[in-house]
Write a protein that binds this ligand. Structure first.
Ligand SMILES: [Zn+2]
Length: 295
């Protein structure tokens, strides 16, 4: 595929994202493939980079009911630029002896290149687990109007699939994938060693995925959090991406507290790539420690 073609697709995907989530501007300057592999018990895990969103700090996405200056203070304290908020868009690959499982598929950016960089073919993926149906998680399911992972069963929660089918902007994706979709009720095993966990508020059927091998665990928490700076410093501030904002805020605080208490290793798809690490509690806010080394 040519570079020009990728750019056109990304532009379309960006417009979809902008239209869907009501953002004024979303820029995606870097779409370099990147892959970070590590072991989790007997499993091979790879964090796959897809895209980078750069959003203006205009009070329309983060810190709803707060001033952009308050958000700027948080960004400044973290040593980040204060006029923009950068979010990575990443996915997770889980390889066992029997399956090649992809959790989320990005917006249609560099994911395929990242997969190739990690040494895997798209047609070897046999299971896809979706956290929720926003375009930056399901956009990579379709490539040139066809299934991007032709041999994969696509799993998401019942509530999320209903939500996706009711969303007109997703119709082009829904039409291509509908014969491959299998739904589940959250709380059970969806692939060997992988359990879905309901994480309420972001979308009607949003889930995370708990991956366990031997004594090791990794929890893909989906879009419970977005910014490694703002979502942790002020987890109860409103985020425009959340469908049910009070529910999402409550769930965010509760989930972060539990993750910190249990010292759980997590994958957060929008934290700085590769998005693997630990949450710590510091009073009423939280902090992030990246940790993507095999242990
Ligand atoms: Zn997202």
């Amino acid at each position: 595929m040519t570079k020009g073609k990728i750019s056109a697709k990304l532009l379309a995907a960006t417009i979809l994202m902008v239209a869907y989530q009501g953002l004024a501007v979303a820029q995606m300057p870097q779409q370099q493939p990147d892959a970070k592999a590590f072991k989790l018990g007997n499993l091979d895990i790879v964090a796959l980079h897809d895209a980078q969103f750069v959003l203006p700090n205009d009070g329309k996405v983060f810190g709803l009911d707060h001033r952009p200056a308050e958000v700027a203070d948080l960004l400044k304290a973290a040593g980040a630029p204060t006029d923009t908020i950068t979010l990575s868009v990443d996915a997770l690959l889980v390889k066992s002896d029997r399956h090649l499982v992809l959790i989320d598929t990005g917006v249609g950016g560099a994911l395929q290149g990242s997969l190739a960089k990690a040494g895997y073919r798209a047609d070897a993926v046999d299971e896809i687990l979706i956290t929720h149906s926003h375009p930056d998680h399901v956009g990579g399911l379709v490539l040139d109007g066809k299934l991007a992972f032709p041999n994969a069963t696509i799993r998401m929660s019942e509530a999320e699939w209903s939500f996706a089918k009711a969303n007109e902007k997703l119709t082009p994706i829904v039409k291509v994938i509908e014969d491959r979709v299998k739904t589940f009720k959250p709380g059970g095993e969806v692939a060997p060693g992988i359990t879905s966990v309901a994480l309420s508020g972001h979308t009607p059927g949003h889930v995370g995925y708990q991956i366990v091998s031997g004594k090791e665990r990794l929890f893909d928490i989906g879009d419970t959090v977005h910014s490694s700076i703002i979502s942790l410093a002020e987890p109860d501030w409103g985020v425009s991406f959340d469908a049910d904002k009070p529910e999402a805020e409550q769930n965010r605080v509760k989930t972060l507290s539990t993750l910190a208490k249990n010292k759980e290793r997590i994958f957060a798809p929008h934290f700085p790539f590769p998005g693997v690490g630990y949450i710590s509690a510091e009073g009423d806010h939280f902090s992030w420690t990246a940790n993507d080394k095999a242990e």
